[in-house]
Design a protein around this ligand. Structure first.
Ligand code: LHQ
Length: 262
């Protein structure tokens, strides 16, 4: 059977490639489980120091495989909440909780939950030809996979509501202009640039980067006072790492640091 998520580890980067190209990498159960397994490996395996998520073929991900859940073939109304609970929500939680950077290379259309999984990643690059589609309203559903949260936080209500209610495709360049993603990149350059970024992160001080990610995520819900406490605790942990000692030594010795992720 074809692997629904291709997995490759190189230079500390775990590359996870959604691999159902004939369906624009729409999710079936097998692909959910394979993605969970990849993200769990990223957590457990010390050799993994960054993740790169992308899609095979011309699309990034078209969200849920609608053929898998054809209501005309079902005998009773589905419980889509259960699908979110079992599959999409764990994916978003795994990405956000991972104390390692997750880069997303959006190589083509990202629709429905596919768009929102991309937005859950830490640094999102997209090919100029890619677009983000909040496709849910076209089929009578609501944004999921964290989309109602990330769109409104990043864009504010006016743009979040317009994207979600109209399902108008948002081109990569505009997504970058609006601050929804980090960068739109020439199509031919996307994978090189995303891989170079992921490798640079993987060669970085992993604990410090992971804690930085967690601090920034926590900030939106915290008072300055609480955030100052979290920064104190994070800096305490980071300051005890071998990578901090190496970073300072390298600076003082005017050489490039060699971080080992410890
Ligand atoms: C697809 C899909 C797809 C199956 C393209 N499924 N085959 C959570 C809980 C549980 C259930 C419900 O959902 C959710 C979360 C969600 O994600 S809801 C949103 C689901 N996604 C969508 O509604 C997007 C549907 N797809 C599209 O609107 C278009 O395909 C986009 C805009 C993504 C791309 O358009 P095009 O570039 O024109 O490509 P296409 O439409 O021709 O698609 C290419 C093939 O991929 C085609 O198959 P075919 O055999 O005709 O070549 C499509 O049927 C298939 N495909 N999306 N989600």
């Amino acid at each position: 059977m074809t692997e629904t998520v291709l997995t490759a580890l190189a230079d500390g980067v775990l590359v996870l490639t959604l691999n159902r190209p004939e369906k624009l990498n729409a999710f079936n159960v097998d692909m959910h489980l394979a993605l969970h397994a990849g993200l769990k490996r990223a957590h457990d395996d010390a050799a993994v120091r960054a993740v790169l998520l992308t899609g095979a073929g011309r699309g990034f991900c078209a969200g849920q495989d609608l053929g898998d859940r054809d209501p005309s073939k079902a005998t009773e109304a589905p419980d889509l909440g259960q699908t979110l609970e079992n599959y999409y929500n764990p994916t978003i939680r795994l990405i956000r909780a991972l104390e390692k950077p997750v880069v997303c290379a959006v190589n083509g259309v990202a629709a429905g939950a596919g768009a929102n999984i991309a937005l859950a990643c830490d640094i999102v690059l997209a090919a100029q030809s890619a677009k983000f589609v909040q496709a849910f309203s076209k089929i009578g559903l609501v944004p999921d996979a964290g989309g109602s949260w990330s769109l409104s936080r990043i864009l504010g209500e006016p743009r979040a509501k317009a994207l979600a209610l109209t399902a108008e495709p948002l081109p990569a360049a505009k997504a970058a202009d609006w601050g929804l993603i980090w960068k739109a990149v020439e199509d031919a350059q996307l994978m090189d640039e995303a891989m170079a970024l992921a490798k640079a992160l993987a060669a970085g001080p992993t604990l410090g980067l992971g804690l930085t990610k967690q601090l920034i995520q926590a900030a939106a819900d915290n008072s300055l006072d609480r955030q100052l406490d979290l920064e104190r605790d994070g800096q305490r942990r980071a300051g005890r790492s071998a990578d901090y000692a190496e970073g300072v030594s390298a600076f003082l010795q005017k050489r490039k640091p060699e971080f080992r992720g410890q």
